[in-house]
Design a protein around this ligand. Sequence first.
Ligand code: ADP
Length: 202
Amino acid sequence: MIVGLTGGIGSGKSLVASRFVNHKITIVNADILARDVVAKGSPALAEISLHFGQDILDAESNLNRRKLRDIIFNSPAEKHWLEALLHPLINAEIRRQLKASTSDYTILESPLLLETEQYKLVDRILVVDASEHIQIERASQRDNSDPQHIKQIMATQLNRQERCARAHDIIQNHGSIDELYQQVDKLHQLYLEITQTQHTDN
Ligand code: ADP
């Protein structure tokens, strides 16, 4: 069974994922894979620099993410071009890692699970939910960034209601970290039960 773990920026996905790791569950992290496919020297990065020009690279030939973000923020057409290039590559890598996992079930952690086609790769959707106020506070503290910048990122993501409406399971992250972990532990038991029933059925 593959569980998709998602939630808005600052909702607590990473913390939830770390708790599942304690239970020896494999996490496939879409954000990390998305960075890997445009690593220095990768074919995708070569395509990007052909399309946008060498200026999109920094002095060390790494992708200048800020520059790319600014371009696509201001141009839906360029955003579309970039997504058409990267999404299939990212999805192929996600599929490969999900297949390689040997834990009782596997978690796909992705901030854009429901905004992209990644949700099609999972059997169940787990949403971490926190109020927008809490998201902004926690994420701006974590990243040492301007709350306005966090709000801009939130505007590119689904809102809470839309996201929660698509969840099979919801973790509320309005309290302490202990309370968060307790909810993860309960879900872990549920997921084990589901996978065991599936095995018996087969
Ligand atoms: P996401 O991965 O969804 O962006 P994180 O898991 O990184 O969110 O959480 C955002 C920040 O808030 C992190 O610094 C994290 O340690 C902190 N945090 C998350 N949940 C809680 C909580 N219940 N109490 C206090 N801090 C929290």
